[in-house]
Unconditional design. Structure first.
Length: 320
């Protein structure tokens, strides 16, 4: 694999770009076999699957000249390189977004990260598979499952190894996800309710990718939520990652509404209260969420992190 030739392009967006700051939300923990950050150069290595086949993409920023060097290996190299501008937020716009003066943490975050843009991966099924695994469990549990399943059922990424020497893995094809035995899902800590989301999505992968052709966010959400087991949270996660939807706020998440409302008002609110609070930002509600996340902890912790129940009927019947 290391002898595979690469294709290199340079992109000058006219603004400083830190790839990890923009797409770091795609990484499933520090051990993710499909995403590696070289902190010294802020270089991102990403293994993904394209319509043309697997690809390993390396994104190296050159801050002094506001340039990103993109190098890709594998059959999907041209597709991935064509999509680098969108992956790094070129299709996103801050037009119409203005933090309210009373929301000082958001004002500060917008000033601190003025070059943040919402990325668009154009990989809908891949985003759906990841979101399905992440439903109703802690990040630590979801990251472990993703890591184990990719190592077992993914394929080694084309091209060289990153500086840390790990073997990078391209996520499985829809057919490969569909054929994972039930006992292997359980071994990875993914119960039937979540694995069925991924398997069902795998049978409709082509239809999922066609949602990239749509421009109406409501219609995209409707089609995503037509899959059994997909609710408002899962659809939002997919829209954030694959479609670059700046309004796809993570409602039905255990933490997000509480954290955002606390950052903006000093008071924890539920989804309903937070929806009212961020209504002035409609069209940019995920931007609000992400800017506050990038700004860092704004919410005090009063004890050990709560583990969400994952295998009880009350925890798993609700669509997320």
């Amino acid at each position: 694999m290391g002898a595979v030739s690469s294709v290199v392009r340079r992109w000058r967006p006219g603004r400083p770009v830190d790839p990890h700051l923009l797409i770091g939300g795609l990484r499933k923990g520090p051990g993710d076999p499909a995403y590696v950050l070289d902190p010294g150069r802020r270089t991102v290595w990403r293994a993904t699957r394209t319509p043309d086949g697997p690809v390993l993409l390396r994104l190296t920023p050159y801050a002094a000249v506001a340039e990103v060097e993109a190098e890709a290996w594998g059959p999907g190299a041209s597709w991935a390189l064509d999509g680098v501008p969108e992956l790094l937020g070129e299709a996103d716009s801050w037009d119409g977004f203005e933090p309210l003066p009373e929301h000082r943490p958001l004002v500060d975050a917008a000033r601190r990260f003025p070059h943040f843009r919402v990325p668009r991966t154009r990989a809908v099924f891949e985003a759906m598979a990841a979101a399905g695994i992440e439903q109703v469990v802690t990040g630590k549990e979801a990251f472990r499952a993703w890591r184990l399943l990719l190592r077992e059922y993914g394929e080694p990424a084309p091209g060289p190894a990153p500086p840390d020497g790990r073997v990078m893995m391209v996520p499985p094809t829809p057919e490969q996800w569909r054929l994972i035995p039930s006992w292997q899902w359980l071994r990875a800590g993914v119960e039937g309710r979540r694995s069925r989301v991924v398997v069902t999505a795998a049978t409709r992968a082509k239809a999922l990718e066609r949602t990239l052709e749509l421009t109406d966010s409501a219609e995209i959400e409707r089609r995503l939520r037509s899959l059994p087991g997909v609710g408002v949270w899962t659809a939002a996660e997919v829209r954030q990652r694959a479609h670059g939807d700046a309004d796809a706020f993570s409602f039905a998440d255990y933490h997000v509404s509480r954290n955002v409302s606390y950052a903006l008002t000093g008071e924890e609110l539920d989804d309903e209260g937070t929806a009212e609070l961020i209504e002035p930002y409609r069209g940019h509600r995920f931007r609000v969420q992400r800017l506050l996340e990038l700004a860092g902890p704004g919410h005090p912790r009063y004890g050990p992190r709560k583990s969400l129940p994952t295998h009880t009927p009350g925890a798993t019947h609700r669509l997320r």
